[in-house]
Design a protein around this ligand. Structure first.
Ligand code: MG
Length: 382
């Protein structure tokens, strides 16, 4: 434990946007840029807690953290993270207080960035990793490679070559491919080719909400014979609970969802009514590690495993710390995820599909502050 009181005395937010070299298509939309919102909380002892979050509008997320959240955070003890979380969350439903047009999702993203920085500070103050603060259940977690995007000029052979890099050179034992763009026959050919070339690996499929329910049920039926570890977000956004349940009931392939959920309440409904077996709640999109922990506990009581979306450098602590922690997502292609290579410093590498929990205080990695100071938009308050 810290030797004296810990007080937050400075809040900085960096808004960083990085265009990608080319478009990486999912079912309905391309990914054209990487965007990171970085929160840095500095204490009176000079310790710095860092949080990363993802959502938008980025400027609004930054302003929520440096303006209304300022009065909650400055002078506060990070070890009171549940109290701070509750006070931040109250901005979603505060009587007489205008949301200034801010959406709940935007507030939940702001909470995510702050909360993760608080956990980093708690770890650094107590000289323990975040995983140890969460109970220190394991010292490593499995990770999979996400790829298989639709790219201009990439054919089925190119897709097989791409997976070959993840499996052969990088040692991954599980790979997730994008599906849902164009006709189903084309996806069956793509996934079938990967399955034939790599019979030993786990294959997951992510439709990114690209199908209506009948198409999703048909697709799940067609993919049954390909030994698919999970099918992720098969159904359009407007029917993502009951429609998802109908897909889940139609297939033996486990259904995964939750990367876009903003609270434990939405996650509860996916578990209770959506028929999912894999929960993908992302602590950097909403709510932070404090909310992730609640989601994981509820999921565990219903036999649902945790496979959080994105950011293995953060989620390794969560997955290794939770009884139902399953696997981490990672992006080995630097063209798809340049942030990992240029912004994140000193994170544990993923070797043969495994990531160690860093045996260092806090989250156990740093960021390239020179790059952020030079290229990011910065908001600051104290
Ligand atoms: Mg996904």
């Amino acid at each position: 434990m810290p030797e004296g009181p810990v007080r937050i005395e400075r809040i900085e937010v960096f808004l960083y946007t990085r265009p990608l070299k080319r478009e990486f298509w999912m079912s309905l939309a391309p990914i054209t840029q990487s965007r990171e919102i970085i929160v840095r909380l500095t204490t009176d002892a000079g310790l710095q807690g860092i949080g990363q979050c993802h959502g938008g509008p980025m400027e609004q997320v930054g302003r929520i953290i440096t303006e209304p959240f300022r009065d909650i955070l400055i002078g506060a003890d990070p070890f009171e993270h549940e109290r701070l979380w509750s006070e931040m969350f109250a901005y979603n439903h505060r009587p007489g207080w205008s949301l200034n047009g801010w959406r709940h999702e935007t507030i939940m993203t702001a909470i995510a960035g702050v909360d993760i920085a608080l956990w980093d500070l708690m770890g650094k103050s107590s000289r323990r990793s975040v995983c140890k603060l969460l109970g220190g259940l394991r010292t490593e977690a499995e990770a999979y490679a996400t790829g298989g995007y639709y790219e201009e000029g990439k054919d089925v052979a190119g897709l097989v070559d791409e997976v070959g890099v993840y499996v052969g050179e990088r040692g991954y034992k599980a790979v997730k491919l994008k599906v849902g763009r164009g006709d189903l026959a084309h996806d069956l050919e793509r996934v079938g080719a990967v399955r034939s070339a790599f019979p030993q690996i786990d294959i997951m499929l992510d439709a990114n909400q690209g199908w209506d329910v009948p198409t999703a049920i048909r697709a799940a039926g067609e993919f049954e014979s390909m030994n698919i570890r999970w099918l992720e977000e098969p159904v359009h956004w407007y029917d993502e609970v009951d429609g998802l349940r109908r897909v889940a009931e139609s297939t033996s392939i486990p259904i995964a969802s939750g990367e876009g959920e903003t609270t434990r309440f939405g996650c509860r409904d996916l578990v209770k009514w959506g028929g999912i077996q894999i929960m993908q709640f992302d602590s950097t999109v909403a709510g932070g590690i404090t909310e992730w922990r609640r989601v994981a506990a509820h999921a565990d009581a219903h036999g649902v495993k945790m496979a959080p979306h994105h950011d293995p450098q953060i989620h390794v602590h969560c997955v290794a710390g939770a009884p139902n922690g399953l696997i981490l997502e990672s992006f080995p292609n630097p063209d798809r995820d340049p942030v990992w290579a240029e912004l994140i410093v000193g994170a544990e590498p993923i070797v043969d599909g495994m990531m160690s929990v860093p045996d260092r205080p806090g989250l156990g990695y740093d960021l390239n502050w020179d790059l952020l100071e030079a290229r990011a938009t910065k908001l600051e308050t104290r």
